[in-house]
Design a binder for this molecule. Structure first.
Ligand code: HEC
Length: 103
C-alpha cells in the first residue's frame, strides 16, 4: 500500500515537471518576445499576471485577447491571439501560475 502511494507520488511529480517544462517551451516559442517571467517587457510579467488572474482568465486571454483584454480594463489590445493545443494551453497556464509570488 505504502509502495503504491510512493509510486503514485513519483508519477505525479514527473507529470507536473513535464508539464512545467513544456510550459517553458511554449513560453519560449510564442510569448518570450513580449513577456518575461518577472520583468516588465512589452506585456506584463508572468509574476504579475499570476498574482491577479485565474487559470480561466489566462486561458481566455491567450485564445481571445481582443475580448478578454477589454474585460481586464485595457483600452487597446496589443496581444495577438494564439491557437494552442489544449495541452500547450494547460502547460503555459501552469507555467505562468508557477510565478505567483508568495505574499
Ligand atoms: C506581440 C506581443 C505579445 C505576445 C507575443 C504575447 N503577448 Fe501577452 N500581452 C501582450 C500585451 C501588450 C498585453 C497587455 C494587454 C493588451 O495589450 O491586450 C498582454 C497581456 C497578456 C495577459 C493578460 C495580462 C493581465 O492583465 O492579466 C496574459 C495572460 C498574456 N498576455 C499571456 C500571454 C501568453 C501566454 C503568450 C504566449 C502564448 C503571450 N501573452 C504572448 C503582448 C504579447
Amino acid at each position: 500500500m505504502k509502495k503504491r502511494f510512493t509510486t503514485f507520488l513519483l508519477i505525479l511529480t514527473l507529470t507536473v515537471t513535464a508539464q512545467a517544462q513544456s510550459g517553458k517551451k511554449v513560453f519560449e516559442t510564442y510569448c518570450w518576445g513580449c513577456h518575461h517571467q518577472t520583468a516588465v517587457a512589452f506585456g506584463p510579467p508572468f509574476s504579475e499576471i499570476a498574482s491577479k488572474r485565474t487559470a480561466e482568465e489566462i486561458g481566455g486571454m491567450i485564445t481571445d485577447p481582443a475580448s478578454v483584454s477589454k474585460l481586464f480594463g485595457y483600452k487597446r489590445n496589443a496581444m495577438p491571439a494564439f491557437k494552442l493545443t489544449p495541452e500547450e494551453l494547460k502547460a503555459i497556464t501552469a507555467y505562468i501560475l508557477s510565478f505567483k509570488e508568495n505574499k
